[in-house]
Design a protein around this ligand. Sequence first.
Ligand code: Z5A
Length: 232
Amino acid sequence: MNDAATSASTSDGAAPPRTPGRFITFEGGEGAGKSSRVAELAERLRRRGYEVVVTREPGGSVGAEAVRHVLLGGAAEAFGPLAEALLFAAARADHVDQTIRPALARGAWVICDRFYDSTRVYQGATGDVSADRVALLEEIAVDDVRPDLTVLLDVPVEEGLRRAAARRGDAVADRFEIEDATVHERRRRAFLALARAEPRRFVVVDAATDPATVADAVWYGVCTRLGLAEKD
Ligand code: Z5A
């Protein structure tokens, strides 16, 4: 295990700087562009010669992908938000143990599409699971593996839902996509509140502009926060 997997977070949530492995998470609402920006950032880092592991939640390991299927298909919804939070935590524990911690331990950069801030927002702020319980599950699931940097892609709800619907086409919306626009709006505000509470860990990027502009803003945020030169 390297420093990346063993250091405690600072009081505002940002893990202290360390080399060589880095852990970056992306957060935001539906259609914010997380998957697209994750792929582009990974490519840019690989061109610099870094080993990059791209992963996602729920999922990212064999066990967690099985739980993803249950969660997004809606089979767990009937058991209530706490049961869903437990399943997200179980998936996360496996993902951290099987994928994230080993990658950080060998010095790779890990980029994860959603992580525990999604639980804080979806199951906590808008799911009625208490902050204490969310924090307890988080502690159990991640132990000491916490992001060095979290990129919050902020996009107006209408635009995000429009993009998600356009991409989905005729496919069926998942359990979270079908929720009311007011719930999505509360989630947007909850993510922004998390970013305000931990300004050293979060970088907030306006994701409503064209993809290239957003990708450059993400790159700038990563370089300035994690000590990389912006230009090759
Ligand atoms: N969830 C939870 O409740 N608790 C938890 O702890 C965790 C998750 C970890 C996972 O869904 C669901 O699980 C999620 C929260 C919940 N809720 N939902 N739904 P998912 O993994 O299937 O999907 P997602 O994370 O919500 O992402 P997404 O909606 O699929 O979108 P995205 O990754 O942010 O965006 P994208 O796929 O890159 O882009 C969407 C489309 O927009 C695509 O056609 C792009 O080409 C286009 N796009 C991207 N950027 C732009 C710009 N800048 N302009 C125009 N068009 C763009």
